[in-house]
Ligand binder design. Structure first.
Ligand code: ARG
Length: 461
């Protein structure tokens, strides 16, 4: 007698403790895998037909029932949650048995939940990654569009949050575009590695059914099948990889958020965020807070935590499957969901902000961000860089004392620091000249920016 009507009830004489049953149950989280579980089960039933465990008639009956179940569940996945099944694999099997009777129990022949769960999860990753890739592409297209519009909008560039050298808003957009391009490549790369089917690995040492595992893998659109079953059921590298890719991309999103929060501050006022993506203060009527961006910054911490949790769960875990691994799905589902949301919110922010071009320009003029040009000017006239740097520093100090910009100092002041200064120093000090002097690949000259835009456009479209 099967005491609890569990998948594994035969060996047990006592009922499960209720608290333990609840603790052991993963349905609340893995019900998200229902479509993948059914898809994998149909593929498995075809392998069972191949090796004569099922007759054609039986396989057809199982397949039809699973298709009906899939259609049914697609409309309302949450209804699965009313069940007391231990996990999604038991749920699908119990539904099948309800639909077609004892024949349903044949489906699990030669299969274990250990190879099943990692197959389902890999299939889920393969279904989810394209959605993230789509958002990553959208964000790059939006950044490109902004870069084209604002390629020559001069603003200060920062190091140590101190005005350093002038850049343009378009150049800043392109910097982020490159980060999201790398995220895309990292994601595609991890997809390549996870695209290997573990189904047919059994519990840990393979399946007794003489099936063609490569054909089974192809049936599920996997690129190939795993070589070692002990590894296949233990492997969660792909979860770690996706959490890492998500964590790195979240770093980019949070740095983007921080930059925008700073640009949006009253002190900078470089940009204005639309009312539609900001919120107010319940006390201070003047406030318009960049909550969306602060939340991205905050949620980055959560995603990083999920990566660390997964690393910690797997560290020192003996081969092969251990129940610890059940925790993987909560972490992966949550991280991917947060990443996706944050990408989409960032796209919304990009589309709902106005850049105050004249304020950006005005600010770039204020911060002595053209001081490096003085040193470069002297170097071009044969002065050593060290000496030139020192002289430029002194001239900046002079300008600070006179409360004026470098280009407002008269020529005799310049000459006081080095006889070699001539009137042409004023040309050098213009912001356009600062930008255009950085004209080798990757530099901020308008020519390089346009070249960069051209190159990216060719790749993106
Ligand atoms: N719910 C389990 C998980 O998510 C499925 C595998 C269970 N395997 C087992 N031998 N108990 O990891």
């Amino acid at each position: 007698m099967n005491i609890d009507n569990k998948l594994w009830g035969g060996r047990f004489l006592k009922k499960s403790n209720q608290l333990f049953t609840k603790f052991n149950c993963s349905l609340k989280i893995d019900y998200h895998l229902v479509e993948q579980d059914i898809f994998g089960s149909i593929a498995w039933s075809k392998s069972l037909l191949e090796c004569n465990v099922l007759t054609t008639k039986e396989q057809k009956k199982i397949e039809l029932a699973l298709c009906i179940l899939k259609q049914d569940v697609k409309k309302n996945k949450e209804k699965i949650l009313n069940s007391t099944s231990e996990d999604i694999h038991s749920w699908v099997e119990s539904q099948l048995v309800d639909m077609i009777g004892p024949l349903g129990k044949k489906l699990h022949t030669g299969r274990s939940r250990n190879d099943q769960v990692t197959t389902d999860l890999k299939l889920w990753c393969k279904d989810t990654i394209p959605n993230i890739l789509f958002s990553l592409k959208k964000i790059q297209c939006d950044l490109l569009r902004k870069a084209e519009l604002l390629y020559d909008c001069i603003m200060p560039g920062y190091t140590h949050l101190q005005q350093a050298q002038p850049i343009t808003f378009g150049y800043w957009c392109l910097a982020y575009l490159h980060m999201f391009k790398r995220d895309t490549n990292r994601l595609l790369d991890s997809l390549k590695r996870l695209d290997v089917s573990p189904l047919g690995s059994g519990a840990l040492s393979g399946t007794f059914c003489s099936i063609d595992r490569d054909a089974l893998a192809k049936r599920m659109n996997f690129n190939s099948s795993t070589e070692n079953s002990l590894d296949a059921v233990s492997d969660r590298d792909y979860v770690l990889e996706l959490l890492s890719v998500a964590s790195i991309s979240m770093i980019h999103l949070s740095r983007f958020s921080e930059d925008i929060i700073f640009f949006n501050s009253v002190e900078c006022n470089f940009i204005e965020l639309s009312d539609s993506i900001t919120s107010g203060s319940s006390l201070m009527p003047q406030k318009k807070n960049p909550d969306a961006l602060e939340l991205i910054r905050g949620k980055t911490g959560r995603v990083h935590g999920y990566l660390l949790s997964m690393l910690t769960i797997l560290k020192g875990l003996p081969l092969s499957y251990n129940k610890d691994m059940q925790e993987d799905k909560y972490l992966l589902f949550s991280a991917m969901n947060i990443w996706m949301n944050c990408l989409n919110i960032t796209i919304l922010v990009l589309r709902n902000m106005i850049v105050n071009k004249s304020i950006c320009l005005h600010s770039a003029k204020k911060g002595y961000s053209n001081a490096t040009e003085i040193a470069d000017y002297l170097v071009n006239k044969g002065v050593s860089f060290r000496e030139a740097h020192f002289i430029a520093g002194k001239i900046v100090l002079e300008a600070i004392n006179q409360k004026c910009a470098l280009e407002e100092l008269n020529i005799s002041t310049f000459k006081k620091y080095h006889f070699i200064f001539e009137e042409d120093i004023y040309n050098k000090l213009s912001l356009n000249s600062c930008l255009n002097s950085k004209n080798s690949k990757g530099g901020v000259s308008l020519r390089q920016i346009l070249q960069s835009i051209y190159n990216i456009k060719k790749e993106l479209y």
